[in-house]
Design a protein around this ligand. Structure first.
Ligand code: ADP
Ligand code: MG
Length: 696
């Protein structure tokens, strides 16, 4: 007796699916594809939709495309020879008639469907050649001992190859039967549950897996039912707590105190050809307030393209150097790292500060020299790509780490850099995003970071005028490029491809460059893409920067950060293949000088609805924050953050867009309970297998 009791109380999160009847190793393996390892996982696997099998719909009131139960008497059953041979069984009731169509059938099946037989079917109605039809309905013949109808709505679960709906329903029903307060404890106490109408976890799960026949179906489909919201609340709370825990863990460490040396900073600022914008000034002050303390800074700087984030990074790096510490800047591409290296060298070598590069493409000897300078401290500012987070990179005394264009890096990489301090000191961390992040996303994905916004562009910028033009008018566009370049301006021609293949993309860009050069014999045309070797690529970029090229044909490698103020025209071929954030980034390459800039979105018809709305947004707005909000609406959070592949920020129940209204409550709740034991349990429950998210 006690044994059974003890077993009942074992946590469902610790009981593998193989404890269920009918689950052996091979089914268990399939279940892992759905993320189902434990009985708790099964219970959190919620229906994607529901079928109503609780009542019979009269044949006379059927509409097309309904999932319904019907009953009637067989009026005839024949084999018909249309395009494909099929069996057609006509049934009727007092109100109307319906045809059941089977493409796969047996003789025995046909024989049992004799005239007058009573039958019950479940299936989807559709328009067929005989009027309303059901293809391959589930059916049963009715006699005296009829099975009764379902009492609750029938769940339809997200499934995968080799696992049928009845199978999943069965496993989840078994799990539900075992469910108790002991083996899946309630983790939201009464005060937390006030945010969710006091709905308990068990009530929510029991309801959602078997809603009563009168449950509001459309609300359930939208995920807006209070019971779904109850679960979404707990899940979002779990994510938020996890990030807060990660932050708390980092902040237990000490960081070097980087004090403000006004003489150094002032001197540097006096060497610049411009003054800081108010926004740059304000954000630098916010950073200052962080880094002069011994708590590691964790700060996100958001600023639209061209808002001058690099300079803010430079000031922060200078602060580290003036305190005797090293600064590291990590950029997502070689080109961008190179551009930073050039800028930083210009700015700092006059001040006798050494700037050193570390990238994956360096020659062995060069790289060895860099590594040595980084290790012995001779390199004061280190600029690089992902190469910076390799194990062989040892800093002498890293004081601050700047990660540029963060959305290209995963949380993992962000964390890897935290390890690079010395003597148990953690470097301060400054993260700069290329794309403004919608507030809801920032609140959820970067809850471990403080946030600053550079919400002002340097003076003298003129907005980019954007037009959307079909490929059919390509000749006019080419003529326009010709004219602009003849007038002394420079232009980008960006080629995009659907496939993520560097080779194909490079080939397409090469072909375009050849064709454009042929069409524009008077222009100096350059080409740049991911397959061109580092030094050659730099040479082309330098030529373009110095005005020795009129037209630069490029793949999306120029997307990030590249800065050529005289370039005032950009053509983007097949922009419909890119997301909004990427288009905005690309377009940000022009409009950096004082001339009016233009961007031509040269699309191929026909456009999908999504593509149309994207291009529309681009034409109407140049505000990165607004564009990011629209991007989130169109694409969803995983893609906006670039985390789709890595599975971060994938929710079981919650949907950031839909559940954004919960976030304020969640933040308040998280702040209240983050130091209580239940906080651990909540994040464990929802992120157990994904805890790497938080591991520091
Ligand atoms: P992003 O925020 O996109 O990284 P950058 O840092 O590349 O922008 O800056 C874009 C351009 O604006 C650069 O040419 C930079 O020199 C210039 N810039 C930065 N700050 C100012 C300023 N305060 N006044 C004028 N120009 C500035
Ligand atoms: Mg930048």
């Amino acid at each position: 007796m006690t044994n059974i009791k003890a077993n009942q109380d074992r946590l469902l999160s610790e009981r593998p699916v193989t404890e269920l009847k009918g689950v052996g190793a091979s089914l268990a393996a399939k279940l892992t594809k759905l993320g189902l390892y434990t009985l708790q996982d099964c219970l959190f696997h919620l229906p994607a939709r529901y079928q109503d099998r609780t009542r019979v719909t009269p044949l006379g009131s059927l509409q097309p495309l309904q999932d319904v139960v019907v009953e009637g008497r067989v009026r005839g059953c024949d084999i018909v020879f249309g395009k494909r041979r099929s069996m057609l069984c006509v049934i009727d009731d007092d109100t109307g008639r319906l045809s059941l169509r089977f493409y796969h059938f047996s003789n025995a099946q046909k024989q049992r469907l004799t005239e007058g037989t009573k039958i019950r079917c479940f299936g989807e109605t559709r328009r067929g050649s005989t009027g309303l039809e059901m293809y391959h309905p589930e059916y049963q013949l009715l006699d005296e001992q009829n099975e009764s109808l379902e009492e609750s709505l029938t769940p339809v679960y997200p499934a995968t190859e080799g696992i049928t709906q009845p199978r999943l329903r069965n496993l989840i029903q078994q799990s539900l039967a075992l469910l108790s307060d002991q083996n899946l404890p309630e983790l939201l106490d009464e005060s937390l549950r006030q945010h969710v109408n006091q709905v308990s976890l068990l009530d929510a799960l029991r309801f959602l897996h078997a809603p009563p026949s009168d449950a509001p179906l459309s609300q359930l489909l939208e995920g807006e039912h209070p019971y779904q919201q109850r679960l979404a609340f707990e899940e979002l709370l779990a994510h938020h707590l996890t990030l807060l825990q990660a932050r708390a863990e980092v902040q237990q460490h000490r960081a070097p105190e980087l004090l403000y040396h006004s003489d150094v900073i002032h001197h540097f600022r006096s060497t610049l050809p411009f003054t800081l914008t108010n926004a740059q000034q304000r954000v630098f002050e916010e950073i200052n307030a962080d880094i002069c303390s011994s708590k590691p800074m964790l700060r996100l700087v958001q600023g639209d393209v061209g808002s001058g984030k690099t300079l803010v990074a430079a000031l922060s790096a200078l602060q580290a150097v003036s305190n005797g510490y090293q600064a590291a800047i990590m950029a997502p591409t070689e080109i961008l790292a190179e551009q930073h290296r050039i800028n930083f060298s210009l700015w700092f070598e006059a001040l006798n500060i050494s700037v050193c590069a570390l990238t994956g493409r360096q020659k062995v000897a060069e790289k060895r020299a860099s590594l040595e300078a980084i290790a012995n401290g001779q390199a004061q500012i280190v600029i690089g790509t992902h190469a910076l987070i390799q194990d062989d990179v040892v800093f002498n005394n890293l004081g601050i780490m700047v990660i540029d264009e963060q959305h290209r890096f995963g949380v993992q990489q962000r964390l890897a850099l935290r390890q690079k301090g010395r003597d148990g000191l953690f470097p301060h961390q400054l993260i700069m995003t290329a794309t403004p992040i919608p507030r809801t996303l920032a609140m959820s994905a970067y809850a471990d970071l403080d946030c600053s916004v550079i919400d002002e562009l340097p003076p003298g910028r003129t907005p980019v005028e954007t037009v959307v033009i079909s490929q059919q008018r390509r000749d006019q566009v080419v003529a326009r490029v010709d004219q602009a370049c003849q007038e002394g301006r420079q232009a980008y021609w960006v080629c995009t491809l659907i496939e993520e293949s560097e080779v194909l993309e490079a080939q397409a860009a090469e072909a375009s460059a050849v064709a454009l050069q042929a069409a524009l014999p008077n222009l100096r045309v350059g080409l740049i893409h991911g397959r061109i070797k580092g030094p050659e690529k730099e040479a082309v970029m330098t030529q373009f920067k110095q005005g020795e090229l009129d037209l630069l044909v490029a793949t999306t490698v120029i997307e990030v950060g590249v800065d050529v103020p005289n370039a005032s025209l950009m053509i983007i071929e097949n922009p419909e293949r890119l997301g909004l954030a990427q288009l905005h980034q690309l377009r940000g390459r022009v409009g950096r000088g004082t001339a009016v800039s233009h961007c031509v979105l040269l699309y191929s018809a026909p456009l999908s609805q999504t593509a149309k709305s994207r291009l529309q947004v681009m034409r109407e707005s140049s505000d990165g924050f607004l564009i990011a909000e629209r991007d989130l609406e169109i694409r969803g959070p995983g893609e906006v953050l670039g985390t789709r592949q890595t599975g971060e920020l994938q929710f079981k129940v919650a949907d950031l867009q839909r559940d954004a209204h919960l976030l304020d409550d969640i933040h308040a709740a998280a702040a209240l309970i983050q130091h209580q034991p239940q906080a651990q349990l909540i994040s464990q429950r929802w992120l157990g297998r994904n805890a790497r998210y938080a591991s520091v």
